[in-house]
Write a new protein. Structure first.
Length: 103
């Protein structure tokens, strides 16, 4: 299982801003190791953000996203003390879910 995501969510003037740092190797499958063998692809291919029971962001990614990706987005609504949940899945079937409280 991957390391926890670092998530910050702040509410200001009716808009919630979320910033997420995900720990993941994001290996594209094109690089060779020191012995000349191709390093297998291992990357996040789906990210979903929810607030309450509502999906506020859904992303489909490919292997060209950098290692330890950073994601920032805003959505209308939310309130201080409520939760925002971030979930990712990768091409090897691994998944991670973390949440943050809106400040």
């Amino acid at each position: 299982m991957a390391d926890p995501m670092k998530i910050r969510a702040n509410f200001n003037n009716g808009v919630t801003e979320v910033k997420v740092l995900m720990a993941h190797p994001m290996e594209g499958g094109l690089r060779k190791d020191s012995q000349g063998k191709i390093v297998p692809a291992h990357f996040i291919n789906e990210v979903t953000a929810t607030h309450g029971s509502k999906v506020v962001l859904q992303c489909l990614w490919g292997q060209s996203v950098s290692q330890n990706p950073f994601l920032a987005f805003k959505f209308k609504g939310g309130a201080k003390g409520e939760k925002v949940q971030i979930n990712w899945k990768d091409n090897k079937g691994d998944a991670r879910t973390d949440e943050a409280t809106i400040a």
